[in-house]
Design a protein around this ligand. Structure first.
Ligand SMILES: Cc1ncc(COP(=O)(O)O)c(C=O)c1O
Ligand SMILES: [Zn+2]
Length: 394
């Protein structure tokens, strides 16, 4: 396994040691990337060892990629290695079913790794602002690790997120506001309370967990890139993590060099700061006022890593697109009825976007694409029922 050589700032490239816990770059407050010495792992034979070693490993799921992850015993609940469901109607479309993760969303990957490292560093109290699913995931992994979790989330999060966080024994505060307000509270209180802030992109290891999605989709396609990856975008950790995975795969020589996937960031029209910045050609986003959408995970009015995402979208030849809640709900219903896949509202932004880009000709039916269903539709029965006007009879 490769030792971590250092952490590198995504903005000014300053490096620091990973021997002690780190948050943001001390020079510019940019997010850190974890860097390894990958040289000993170069070549196809190391890649081909992954499947063989996974069969004998005590740690299933995303830990099949432990050769490119920190060399630390994991806190795991079986996250990762989720199904790639081939669409019945679009033969070159795969739905990456992240609802199959523990806690029913892809947040499990990032928080499994962040809590693994928190335990490694001996941190005892973690805090997170969350749109919902990160809260549930942190609560679960903190419980598994025996670490305290302090969670701040909007008071109108999907009910499942509230219940799961309480059941896992986290300290939960419901906030009359958005994730940005929750983030402010964590920032104000963390020093006095002795909390380590495990917010999106404010510590280096959630990206590392999420990068496994990039390794995984490439391996599941036979170690080739798809033409495009559709990512329901809030804070953007998955998009950033997958792009990092693609760069590492190339450095490792584990993938044939070729066109990297076009990265398609999808948001709700009720909160689309990345789309607006992309359309205006700006380097960073502006705070989105009055963010509102039933795709709760996408209610991130000003993502911290916007500058990284915007760079990636441009470099990949991708796009940023937003659709209305009515379009999202209609696609959610369509995929449930016609494919048997109950998407989260966030996941349904990706299906709307795919069909839109097929229609505009940006993508051809023969292009292989991966659409991320970032969470299970079952975590959203209250918000989806409300959006669809479904009421219990009587
Ligand atoms: C189901 C779901 N999809 C997408 C997102 C957005 O994820 P990211 O912050 O990595 O962009 C979230 C975030 O809460 C989520 O819960
Ligand atoms: Zn920096």
């Amino acid at each position: 396994m490769p030792p971590i050589t250092h952490l590198e700032c995504s903005r000014c490239h300053q490096t620091v040691s990973a021997a002690s816990p780190q948050t943001l770059c001390p020079a510019c407050a940019g997010s850190f990337y974890v860097r390894y010495n990958l040289s000993p792992l170069k070549g196809i034979s190391h890649r081909d060892a992954i499947a063989r070693d996974a069969a004998a490993s005590p740690w299933p799921g995303m830990w099949r990629y432990r050769s490119v992850l920190p060399d630390v015993a994991p806190v795991t609940l079986g996250e990762g290695w989720t199904p790639m469901l081939r669409s019945k109607r679009f033969p070159n479309v795969y739905v990456k079913e992240e609802g199959a993760n523990p806690t029913g969303s892809f947040k499990a990957r990032g928080l499994a790794l962040a809590v693994t490292m928190a335990r490694h560093y001996g941190l005892r109290k973690l805090a997170v602002p969350s749109a919902g699913n990160a809260a549930g995931a942190l609560a679960a992994y903190a419980a598994a690790a025996g670490i305290e979790a302090n969670i701040f989330m909007p008071k109108d999060v999907p009910f499942a997120n509230y219940v799961e966080a309480l059941m896992y024994g986290a300290n939960v505060t419901l906030v009359d506001g958005l994730i940005s307000d929750c983030g402010r509270i964590v920032a104000e209180r963390k020093e006095k309370e002795g909390w380590f802030d495990i917010s999106t992109l404010k510590e280096p290891f959630r990206i590392e967990g999420k990068k496994t999605m990039g390794y995984e989709l490439v391996e599941q396609l036979g170690w080739v890139y798809p033409a495009a990856v559709f990512y329901p975008t809030g804070g953007g950790v998955g998009l950033i993590g997958m792009w990092k995975a693609f760069l590492e795969l190339e450095e490792l020589g584990w993938i044939r060099p070729g066109q990297r996937p076009k990265m398609i960031a999808v948001q709700s029209a009720g909160c689309a700061p990345v789309v607006r910045a992309f359309d205006l050609g700006e380097k960073a986003s502006q705070m989105w006022p009055d963010a509102a959408t039933f795709a709760a995970g996408l209610r991130v009015p000003k993502p911290y890593g916007d500058y990284i995402m915007l760079d990636i979208l441009k470099e990949s030849g991708g796009l940023a697109l937003a659709f209305s809640d009515a379009q999202i709900l209609s696609s959610l219903r369509d995929w449930a009825r016609n494919e048997g896949i109950f998407l989260s509202p966030e996941g349904a932004t990706a299906t709307v976007a795919y069909e839109h880009l097929l229609h505009t000709g940006f993508l051809k039916p023969q292009d292989t694409v991966v659409l991320f269903n970032t969470g299970s539709g079952l975590k959203y029965t209250d918000v989806t029922a409300e959006a669809a006007s479904i009421h219990r009879p009587g």
